[in-house]
Design a protein around this ligand. Sequence first.
Ligand code: PNS
Length: 164
Amino acid sequence: MRRAVCPGSFDPITNGHLDIIERASKLYDVVHVAVLINPNKQGMFSIAERIALIEETTAPYGNVVVESHQGLLVDYCRDRGIPAIIKGLRAVSDFDYELQMAQMNHGLTGVETLFVPTSPTYSFLSSSLVKEVASYGGDVSHLLPGTVHRRLTERIAERNAAQG
Ligand code: PNS
């Protein structure tokens, strides 16, 4: 079985993430989507919610496994026999940090990182921008799967209600 991992925070998954996962799912027998837990960062969605949204939206691909992981990505890969990390590159600005992480990860365990150019449609897209625009009432419906957009709209309404 040829395996690869698409890692990230996925708070929440966007159409840009899905594009990369779908393309990876055509190249590998099994694609692991790893939701990395960052204990220092309070997300908009819990890890369980993020996993449920990813499972629902990637189900049509048929070969995607979704898991969370706290710790180093290289340990996740080693424990599961995954030789390749797939990352989407949106713009030159992504490159510096992604290259650093790729070189660090390769130095740690020899795991390879493969960069996939994002679709130009999503080159400006990030979960944090989507959350910011949506929280001010902007339309982000074309940037998210329908189910994710509904959950995000509900979550923002809950937050606004709690703040009074
Ligand atoms: O979606 P994000 O937040 O841009 O994803 C970044 C992520 C989670 C892939 C990256 O921070 C990561 O790999 N974190 C796991 C911890 C780790 O291995 N850190 C060392 C990287 S060289």
